[in-house]
Design a protein around this ligand. Sequence first.
Ligand SMILES: Nc1ncnc2c1ncn2[C@@H]1O[C@H](COP(=O)(O)OP(=O)(O)O)[C@@H](O)[C@H]1O
Ligand SMILES: [Mg+2]
Length: 237
Amino acid sequence: MGVALLAARGLVGGYGAAEEILKGCELAVAPGELVAIIGPNGAGKSTLLKAIAGLLRLNAGTILLDGTEITALPARARARAGIAFVPQEANVFPTMNVRENLEMGGFLEPRAARGRIEALYARFPVLAEKRRAAARTLSGGQRQVLAMGMALMVKPRLLLLDEPSAGLSPKAAEGLFDAIAAIHAEGTAIAMVEQNASEALAIADRGVVLVNGASVHSGPARALAADPEMRRLFLGG
Ligand SMILES: Nc1ncnc2c1ncn2[C@@H]1O[C@H](COP(=O)(O)OP(=O)(O)O)[C@@H](O)[C@H]1O
Ligand SMILES: [Mg+2]
C-alpha cells in the first residue's frame, strides 16, 4: 500500500479545560477510499471530523495529508490543501438560492466556479431544477445534496461528511447514499460519520468503530457488516 491520503494518529483533544473527548483516536483514509465511521452517540465522531478539518485544538497527535504534516494548519489552509468538511447542521446558507450557495462553496477558486456549477447540475439534476430556489425551501435530502455540492466546488481530495442522512426519510436517505456512492465512484476519498450504520457500510470500502474517543476497530466494510458482535452493538441485531 502506498502513502495514505489521510493519516491521523494519537489524536487527543476536546473543547476546553474539561475532559478530553478524543483519547488517542486514529483514522487512515487511502486515496479514493470511502470510510464509514460508526459508534455510539457521544463517542467523539463529530469531534474527530472537526479535528481533521482544523476546527478543534489538539493537545496531542499528528495529522498527515499525503505524507505532509498539517496538524498545525488552520482550517482555511486545510481546505486549500484539499479537505472539505460538511458539518451535520447549518451546512447551507438558508436565504441564498442554490446557485449562490454553490458559488459560496467555490469562493477559493472563483474563476473555476461557473464550469464546476454546470458539472454539478449535470451530476445532480435536482440542483439544476432548484437553482433559483432559496436553500431553506429545499427538502432535507435536497439540502444535503446541496451541502455536498458546495463542498465539491473546490474539487476536494478528501470529503468529510457528518451524518449526511440524519433526519431524512428512508427513501431520501437511500437517494443520498446513492449520491455519495457516485461521488466516491468518481475517485473522491470520503470519511463519513453515520448513524445508519448498515446503509453506510453497504457503500463503504472500510468501516471504523469509534468508542469513547478511540478507534476500537477497523476492517473491510463487508466484514464489519457481517460481524455478529458489530450487528448486535450497532446494526440492530
Ligand atoms: N462544542 C462542544 N463543547 C463542549 N462539549 C462538546 C461540544 N461538542 C461536543 N461535545 C461533547 O463531546 C462529546 C463527543 O461529542 P461528539 O463528537 O459530537 O460525539 P458523536 O458525534 O460521536 O455523537 C460529547 O460528550 C459531547 O457532549
Ligand atoms: Mg456527531
